[in-house]
Design a protein around this ligand. Structure first.
Ligand code: NAD
Length: 496
């Protein structure tokens, strides 16, 4: 049965022989096909330098899909027939004519009304050239719509991001540019808005009268693996804070949009980024902590420190960890710190948001050892667990009258994950349907680079040494002190 919104489109994947195409894009397109979100009326053209043929690409797509899913061979054969391969160097203009010819042919074969997605699964230095060649060689002149999907990193700082944006804007309108932040495709990140705006018990409390602080942690257990060369030019601030962490801050802090349209949601998120208090260079060490992983032992195995990794300078000052305190100067959030921390080679892979509520004005009850009662906290588990926990206080059973924290857990783990789309699958479908709400607008990119560039500048002049943290820990002690000096600590701590 056809669903009304089944989009009909061609997708050109630039960088079709690369890692992103193999691990994310091919399985995601297959899942959309298998579930009937797209019909037989689609085609994919893979572009890269390697001298593959259609058959080689189809074999690779089969491998990529069967690595992830158990599938019927018939279905897979029908699916991969929609894939074609064009080997060319994207920097030369000549081959774009062939691409245009092939797209026109495929549109006829598959009854596609001239809708084209150009997916940049390549290094960012090519984005501008590809966009400009697509336009100058007439590939963007289609009968339907044309959209450009761009991967991170979107620039290296504000000026390079502006330059990149100018280049791609010569060929595409802002409304046709889909800047991927794959965090925005995650189930529980999308759930932030639902938790906030569909629950009468949260939204009235979602402000500085009732919330004492918000903590966002995104930790990885892996080190830089074989991406040392890239990471040396990036570091955790540019790799994680400029995009994923600031996107989560804006979703948590935004005002309710008047409706769930792309423009209304983006406009509320942009207001949050505009209200972020800039951290001036000389104050950077009061608000931000960086760290770098040293050697350590993870699950019984010795692991090297960052400076001993492949393609990393042995004297590198690149941060593999960042913690920061962000302040949002508006009526809703004045005085409430948003703490963020992210890093590699930490104790566990986890992304969680913790909302800590303020204490009651008068405390009648006490915890064990006559300590103050536990604060109410709401935890949003983003990955790998998905769900919500709410920590309340209850009476400890027995005569003492003591309170005890009670944790209520809702978990998505029991839900049929076969039907839960992966972030890329969701975002690809959104792009085909023209829904850009979960993609990043240029204004968001510009504001987040403006914020992050000030921190980078401060670090250049700061005389503070970058602390090393043990691999397998939760970062340097300085990150704990950042909260400690405000009277807080990172949750969840062991004993509630
Ligand atoms: P990759 O190095 O594995 O693949 C790069 C692709 O570009 C290859 O297909 C290569 O043939 C092609 N290519 C390079 N130069 C070319 C040229 N001149 N002409 C034609 N083709 C050329 O890279 P990747 O890991 O797939 O990453 C692609 C992009 O996605 C990057 O911007 C990366 O930062 C981003 N990204 C990747 C991941 C991931 O999981 N791999 C995650 C997030 C973002």
């Amino acid at each position: 049965m056809k669903i009304p919104d089944q989009p009909k489109t061609s997708i050109v994947i630039f960088g079709a022989t690369g890692d992103l195409a193999k691990r994310k894009l091919f399985p995601s397109i297959f899942n959309l096909y298998r579930k009937g979100n797209i019909s037989e009326e689609f085609a994919v053209v893979g572009v890269a330098r390697r001298p593959w043929t259609n058959e080689v690409l189809r074999e690779k797509v089969c491998e990529a899909v069967t690595d992830v899913f158990d599938v019927e061979q018939d279905k897979l054969d029908r699916f991969v027939n929609h894939f074609n391969y064009l080997p060319f160097d994207v920097t030369g203009k000549e081959s774009y004519h062939e691409l245009k010819k092939q797209l026109t042919q495929l549109e006829g074969d598959y009854n596609i009304p001239g809708n084209r997605i150009f997916y940049m699964a390549m290094a960012p230095e090519f984005f501008g050239t590809i966009a400009s060649n697509l336009k100058s060689e007439g590939v963007t002149e289609a009968n339907g719509w044309t959209r450009l999907v761009i991967e991170k990193p979107f620039g290296h700082d504000l000026s390079s991001a502006k330059k990149l944006n100018e280049d791609i804007r010569e060929a595409f309108n802002e409304d046709d540019i889909y800047r991927i932040d794959h965090y925005l495709g995650k189930e529980m990140v999308q759930n932030i808005e639902v938790i906030r705006f569909a629950n009468a018990m949260f939204e009235p409390l979602w402000n500085n009268r009732y919330i004492s602080n918000i903590q966002i942690t995104s930790s990885e257990a892996l080190g830089v693996e074989d991406r040392g060369g890239y990471y040396e030019t990036s570091g955790a601030l540019r790799d994680m804070v400029q995009n994923h962490m600031l996107q989560m801050v804006s979703l948590l802090a935004m005002d309710p949009p008047i409706r769930l349209s792309t423009d209304e949601i983006r406009s509320e998120k942009i207001k949050v980024l505009r209200a972020l208090r800039m951290v001036n260079g000389e104050e950077v060490d009061n608000y931000f902590v960086r760290g770098q992983y040293g050697p350590g032992i993870i699950r019984g195995n010795e692991v090297p420190g960052y400076r001993s990794e492949k393609n990393v300078d042995p004297n590198s000052k690149t941060e593999t960890f960042v913690a920061g305190k962000l302040l949002i100067d508006n009526h809703r959030w004045a005085g409430v710190p948003f703490y963020i921390r992210t890093g590699k080679r930490m104790g566990l892979k986890s992304t969680k948001i913790v909302i800590q509520f303020k204490e009651l004005p008068l405390n009648l009850y006490f915890n064990k050892n006559q300590k103050k009662i536990h604060p109410n906290i709401l935890i949003i588990h983003i990955q790998p667990d998905e769900g919500i926990s709410l920590v309340l206080n209850g009476k400890k059973v027995g005569p003492s009258g003591e309170t005890t924290p009670v944790q209520l857990d809702y978990s998505n783990d029991g839900i049929d994950t076969v039907n839960t789309p992966e972030a890329y699958e969701r975002l690809l479908l959104d792009c085909m349907l023209g829904d850009a709400a979960n993609f990043t607008h240029w204004d968001e990119v510009e504001l987040s680079w403006t914020y992050v560039d000030e921190i980078s500048k401060g670090w250049v002049t700061s005389t503070k040494q970058i602390p090393l943290y043990d691999s397998g820990s939760m970062g340097p002690k300085e990150a704990d002190d950042l909260l400690g000096k405000d009277g807080f600590q990172w949750w969840p701590i062991k004993e509630v």
